[in-house]
Design a protein around this ligand. Structure first.
Ligand code: CP
Length: 312
């Protein structure tokens, strides 16, 4: 397909169609081959990007900085407490200054409206490294991993067990767009973001995918090709809310017994960090079915693919 990414923002899967999502995934897989064969790929040599992380990160930050280095980009890591925005300077003023200094902004932050506002005030591209409703660089890494392990997407079933935030919503759009069934196992009464659910259902209608929210873990696990574990709570939540979610989600911890209810060749995925004994057992995480380390490595290749698309 024609590359439409030059100079565009990369904020959420809901902004992309199937061809665009698959284009980025295949480009990332191609760059992984180049990495394995030590073939140089400095497609963005001379560019300088800002990496602003307003929340902790192991994978996303390091994956971005390594991907940037391989592409010939210099990345400048920014901490919010060292910027004047920490003392009240408006976002729109910060964004316009970043736009004068940098070729792009990679940002991890809180509300999705923050990345949208940066994108509005910057001509250079903004890449979302995680907001409350979207984790699109994780999404491309997950698609790479599924394609590597399962050969494709259509007709597969994912059982997702974990919090209803960014990774869940990115997976919802991904599955609906690609014709994969997704069963979201969560305590009774929990509901996904309505706007994202509606978008996923619209896409699912076109591909025939089933997007089901159920409190019945067994129903979600039955015949699943992918069991996707996830933290039961999210960064920045109040301690009382964390305690409530940990208790409510306890029956949805992924154990070896749960894995036995999925297909025999089911893979276990998790965006990490995983909390052993809370969202997944150590046994599952360390089992042959677990592909979490490959998935984590793919974070680097997928961010590289997203960046490289700006050069093609
Ligand atoms: N999966 C993920 O986003 O990991 P980090 O929080 O370590 O970046």
């Amino acid at each position: 397909m024609k590359n439409r990414f030059r100079g565009k923002d990369f904020l959420a899967f809901k902004d992309l169609n199937r061809e665009e999502i698959e284009f980025l995934t295949d480009l990332s897989l191609d760059l992984k081959k180049k990495w394995v064969s030590h073939e140089p790929h400095e497609y963005l040599k001379g560019q300088v990007w800002a990496a602003l992380f307003e929340k902790n990160s192991t994978r996303t930050r390091n994956a971005f900085q390594r991907a940037a280095a391989d592409l010939g980009i210099t990345s400048i890591y920014l901490r919010p407490d060292e910027l004047q925005s920490g003392r009240g300077e408006p976002l729109k003023d910060t964004a316009r200054m970043f736009d004068r200094y940098y070729d792009g902004l990679f940002i991890r932050t809180f509300g999705h409206e923050i990345v949208e506002e940066y994108a509005e005030w910057m001509d250079h591209p903004v890449i979302n490294g995680l907001t409350t409703i979207a984790h699109p660089t994780q999404g491309i890494a997950d698609m790479m991993t599924i394609k590597e392990k399962k050969g494709g997407y259509k007709g597969l079933k994912m059982c997702y067990a974990g919090n209803l935030y960014n990774v869940c919503y990115t997976n919802m759009i991904m599955c609906a767009t690609l014709g994969m069934d997704m069963y979201i196992a969560c305590p009774d009464g929990m509901k996904p973001n309505q706007e994202i659910y509606d978008e996923a259902m619209k896409r699912a209608e076109a591909t025939g995918a089933k997007i089901v929210v159920t409190s019945n873990f067994d129903e979600a696990l039955k015949d699943a090709d992918i069991v996707y574990g996830m933290s039961h709570y999210s960064m920045g939540q109040a301690p009382e809310e964390v305690a409530r979610l940990k208790e409510a989600f306890h029956p949805y911890m992924v154990t070896m017994d749960a894995m036995k209810k999925a297909k025999r060749d089911a893979i276990f995925m998790h965006c990490l960090p995983a909390y052993r004994g809370i969202d997944v057992t150590d046994e599952v995480l360390e089992s042959e079915q677990s592909v979490v380390w490959d998935e984590g490595e793919n974070r680097m290749h997928s961010i590289k693919g997203i960046l490289a698309a700006y050069a093609l």
